[in-house]
Design a protein around this ligand. Structure first.
Ligand code: SF4
Ligand code: SF4
Length: 594
């Protein structure tokens, strides 16, 4: 192996971009770590010097280089992402290996491994040389196929199972087009140099083809210049583009594995989530505001873009969401975008001065089991009636907590960002619960269930009625007969996805009373009914479109009854078509009577 040169001015664009991005990333990490609360900084410090760091490295490899989650979603899309990320990573690693093997004293020159073929002359005659040539060409080809697929995806994303892709901003366009240029330019540069510095099946092959009609040697330096300029331009565009997700996602994984979670502000961890969004657009297809109401521009990816650019009406964009969590479940990066939106709502000015102080203290109730029907159960009285029957047949000492009205659990105002009003409601409800001496709180509404569990500090357990009915059946306090009916079960967002996945208890109950039909939109993939109190901006017409579309998808197999476990979903689906819709408690009562 012989060194041809040690330096050429064409390395300058690459070096300028490289130094710029290093300084930018270093400053970004310092700023983020400073924004973290003290206890999170402590957790991060501890995790770096524990085995958690190995868990993070493994996850970085699997998710950032191999893109496992995207593979699971669509193999072509997975290969596209993996071939670019993993192929490029391998080219960098092999380039450094070559320097270590042949000229270790050059390793301190950052440009040397990148432009190795220009500076060194190596022949394919040695085993070591031909193997490295082959591997470099193999991974270059891998990246080029990925770039080819990325270009095709811009034209026709359906090949990769995506209905929509996001529109590019200026920063994105510069970064995308320079990224697309980097590897074809590298191929040309190495092909033109291959007659002097050697190559393998790809670069040598192309070199020979070019030799037949151009003067390769005259084009060597222009091509290496072009390659270096493309690299430098990509680094300069990186912070203003979606590709910033590449370094940020690595930090996100480390923070997450350190046990750091989203908080009630978007500073620190929230910002890292924001910059980790690759604008892949996977959340567009997951969102029913897009698929059913054609509001593509209201979906999470556009909200994230507005928030990052601090442009447009961010508060309105944060309100424009059903908070169903489908995009959170679909996101390959694991970004809790609902939390980011909730934090914007919390800090925004979309508030009314309502404080709820005027609500008088409720009478004291003494009981073993408190039942909180929730506002929506009062407008669907069949659920409340069914629950009374179940309590009575089970011989439970229960009392209605919100009989004849009552106080809202606080989640609707919380979703609007009105934390102070919610705090008043939480305090009043907590007083009633504590004074009751109850040992259990049962609720029929998943919205109330979620807020009682997550925002109240209660000394007693909280159960959704599906869990409670399952327990009554298991302990033999109630018994049922099979009705012979065929049903489809709809998982309410706030009971399933948004409450850690309460999927099994309702099914265990339903198996005893009916034939339960499967549906592609169940469990994590469950559809929102469209009436969510999370969205304060959708029109009635848009909500109706979402409800009808969901109802159609859920009842494709024509069940006798669509069963749900949320009064709001029940009311919405019942009003969206002619399908019979019932709550799980009502089916159970029907089965008890038989
Ligand atoms: S939020 Fe997640 S799914 Fe949506 S564009 Fe960003 S990375 Fe992709
Ligand atoms: S939470 Fe639901 S409605 Fe909101 S953006 Fe995500 S998928 Fe769409």
């Amino acid at each position: 192996m012989r060194e041809r040169f040690i330096y050429d001015p064409f390395v300058l664009p690459f070096m300028a971009g490289f130094i710029y991005i290093l300084i930018y990333l270093f400053a970004g990490i310092i700023k983020t770590v400073k924004e973290l609360p003290y206890e999170d900084r402590k957790k991060l410090g501890k995790s770096i010097f524990s085995r958690k760091i190995f868990v993070s490295i493994k996850e970085i490899f699997i998710e950032c280089l191999i893109h496992r989650k995207i593979w699971k979603r669509n193999p072509v899309l997975g290969y596209m992402h993996m071939s670019i990320a993993f192929g490029w990573f391998m080219l960098i690693i092999l380039g450094h290996l070559e320097v270590q093997l042949y000229c270790p004293d050059r390793v301190k020159l950052p440009y040397f491994p990148i432009f190795f073929r220009y500076f060194m002359m190596e022949t394919e005659t040695t085993l070591k040389g031909s193997l490295l040539f082959f591997l470099m060409d193999f991974f270059l080809l891998m990246v080029l196929t990925g770039i080819g697929l990325a270009i095709y995806k811009r034209i026709n994303s359906r090949l990769m199972g995506m209905r929509r892709t996001t529109k590019l901003k200026i920063g994105d366009s510069i970064a995308v087009y320079t990224l697309w240029a980097i590897f074809p330019l590298r191929l040309l540069a190495e092909s033109f140099t291959s007659g002097i510095s050697g190559g393998s099946f790809l670069t040598r092959g192309f070199g020979l083809v070019f030799e037949s009609f151009v003067h390769n040697e005259a084009l060597i330096r222009p091509m290496w210049w072009a390659y270096s300029i493309a690299l430098g331009a990509f680094f300069f565009a990186l912070p203003f583009s979606r590709f910033m997700h590449i370094p940020t996602e690595i930090l996100l994984i480390v923070l997450r594995n350190a046990g750091i979670k989203s908080r009630k502000t978007n500073a620190g961890y929230g910002n890292i989530e924001l910059y980790s969004c690759s604008r892949c657009g996977i959340c567009i297809d997951a969102c029913q505001m897009s698929s059913a109401a054609h509001l593509d521009r209201k979906t999470t990816v556009y909200f994230m873009r507005m928030l990052r650019d601090e442009k447009g009406n961010i508060e309105e964009a944060a309100q424009q969401c059903l908070m169903c969590g489908r995009c959170v479940d679909a996101c390959p990066v694991g970004i809790d975008s609902c939390r980011l939106k909730q934090n914007v709502r919390r800090s925004g000015s979309f508030h009314s001065p309502q404080q709820y102080q005027y609500i008088p203290p409720a009478e004291t109730i003494r009981t073993d089991v408190l039942y909180f029907a929730g506002c929506m159960s009062h407008v669907t009285p069949g659920i409340e009636k069914a629950m009374r029957t179940i309590f009575e047949k089970a011989g439970v000492n229960y009392r209605m907590m919100d009989e004849g009205g009552g106080i809202c659990c606080g989640r609707p105002v919380m979703l609007l960002g009105q934390e102070e009003s919610a705090a008043v409601l939480i305090r009043k409800n907590t007083d009633i619960i504590l004074q009751s001496n109850a040992k259990l709180l049962v609720t029929s509404c998943p919205i109330c269930f979620k807020v009682f569990n997550e925002e109240y500090d209660l000394p007693i357990p909280v159960m959704h009625h599906t869990q409670y009915i399952e327990q009554l059946l298991d302990t033999g306090k109630i018994s049922v007969n099979h009705t012979g009916l065929s049903v489809v079960y709809h998982d309410p967002c706030d009971l399933g996805r948004n409450s850690g996945g309460i999927y099994q208890p309702p099914r265990q109950v339903l198996y005893q009373v009916a034939y339960v039909m499967g549906n592609p939109n169940e469990r994590e993939k469950s559809l929102c009914c469209g009436a969510s109190v999370g969205n304060a901006v959708l029109t009635n017409d848009q909500r109706r479109k979402i409800a009808r579309d969901a109802l159609e998808k859920l009842t494709e197999e024509h069940p006798d009854i669509l069963v749900t476990a949320c009064p709001l979903c029940k009311k919405t689906f019942a009003g969206a078509g002619t399908q019979q819709v019932e709550d799980i408690a009502q089916i159970v009562v029907k089965a008890m009577d038989q």
